[in-house]
Design a protein around this ligand. Structure first.
Ligand SMILES: [Zn+2]
Length: 395
């Protein structure tokens, strides 16, 4: 019997997920726990959507028009999506990107880079936007929005969880291929022997489609990993209108602007569709780049996005500004509390059982930055910004 998809309304969708390439759309779709029926197109909306559910979130996925990638196209798709789906509060850009491995980020193919404000940047740097000054010197100008604080809190929580357990990449990719057997070979791990990083100064042989003729003595020697579970790197993502495919230029921008990944859409989104950028690393943004890792990298990025959505519990978001407000919110509702301390955040998850929702669990996740050296405790809230995600009635 044919599968029957549920039909929801535009207002039911709270997660907006944008991808640039059909292969990214295919892996995004494979990560859905359930797919929904298509909805009628809204006036002046050119996008085609895939609708579904991940965890308790209803997710709307859109892809850039075939062959029209880049910042402007991403901005158009995001605008149309935001107009048609007015309840969206979690925004993600998920796909592949070029890694910029360095001393701080030992990036390998298949790893995932997630945009996170680092140094002077807010998580996304439009590196080719600026002025050319005297003697041809290029000076980058302008800044972009940061990802929403709710998403930054969620990635901090997930980062903390991954300190004590492995990410669920392999589990989610395996589940996707079980559900969609045709994807098994497409999403297969390409093998670490094909993960080759050449010295930035060594360019690819122009006439060769593969790196078979490239000089193996120019490979960067990197320690072997103990397993094939992709790693997650948090930092600034460089976004530009042209494909980065030159090792020395990559390194110059990576060092100068403190970026760990290159892509082509984020800069078009951040100001009007403030989102988290999640990029599976499919090449090293140098002249040796090829497409071999693209499908797998798209799958690891989509799997990270899925795990993130399982971390974010549905409900309303409230910013709490005083301890009194917090205690009013929490009093009589607490039944258990778990706390994780990580870096600049303390993550406190509060669960309670509500008599109004007998069969459901309600919970709060409270994230508040703590100053270095100050223990996380309620009396210190006065001097801290407190963010409370009120999480209602999740199944
Ligand atoms: Zn090569």
């Amino acid at each position: 019997m044919a599968e029957t998809f549920r039909l929801l309304s535009h207002a039911d969708y709270t997660v907006g997920w944008i991808c640039a390439l059909p292969l990214e759309l295919g892996t995004a779709r494979a990560m859905l726990d359930e797919e929904h029926q298509a909805l009628p197109r809204q006036p002046n909306d050119e996008n085609t959507y895939i609708l579904g559910r991940i965890s308790a979130h209803n997710v709307v996925i859109a892809c850039l028009p075939h062959g029209i990638t880049g910042n402007n196209s991403a901005a158009t798709v995001a605008n149309d999506m935001a107009r048609s789906f007015k309840s969206i509060r979690i925004r993600l850009m998920v796909g592949i990107g070029g890694g910029a491995p360095g001393e701080e980020a030992d990036i390998r193919l298949g790893d995932v880079v997630v945009s996170k404000p680092t140094g002077i940047h807010g998580g996304v740097v439009q590196y080719d936007f600026g002025k050319t000054k005297q003697e041809g010197r290029f000076v980058r100008t302008g800044t972009l929005n940061k990802p929403p604080v709710e998403l930054l809190g969620a990635i901090a929580r997930l980062e903390a969880e991954h300190m004590s357990r492995d990410p669920k990449f392999l589990e989610y990719i395996s589940a996707a291929t079980t559900k969609h057997p045709k994807l098994s070979s497409t999403l297969a791990y390409p093998g670490k022997e094909s993960d080759e990083l050449f010295n930035a100064t060594y360019d690819h042989k122009v006439s060769s489609a593969t790196c078979d003729d490239c000089d193996r003595r120019e490979l960067v020697s990197r320690p072997a990993r103990h397993n094939t579970i992709p790693r997650i790197h948090y930092g600034n993502v460089a976004s530009g209108n042209e494909v980065m495919r030159h090792g020395r230029t990559r390194d110059r921008w990576a060092r100068g602007e403190n970026v760990i990944c290159f892509e082509m859409e984020a800069a078009g989104l951040m100001d009007r569709f403030p989102c988290l950028i999640i990029r599976g690393i499919c090449d090293y943004a140098d002249s040796h780049k090829n497409k071999r890792w693209q499908n797998y990298a798209a799958a690891t990025a989509a799997a990270y996005a899925k795990e993130l959505l399982y971390t974010i519990l549905p409900g309303d978001t409230q910013v709490i500004s005083s301890p009194t407000e917090l205690s009013e919110c929490c009093s009589s509702k607490l039944s258990s509390i778990s706390t994780l301390n990580h870096g600049n955040y303390t993550i406190r998850t509060v669960y309670y059982n509500s008599q109004e929702c007998l069969s459901r669990r309600n919970g709060y996740v409270i994230l508040y930055p703590t100053r270095a050296g100050i223990p996380a405790a309620f009396p210190n809230f006065l001097m801290l910004r407190i963010i409370l995600l009120v999480l209602a009635c999740f199944p």
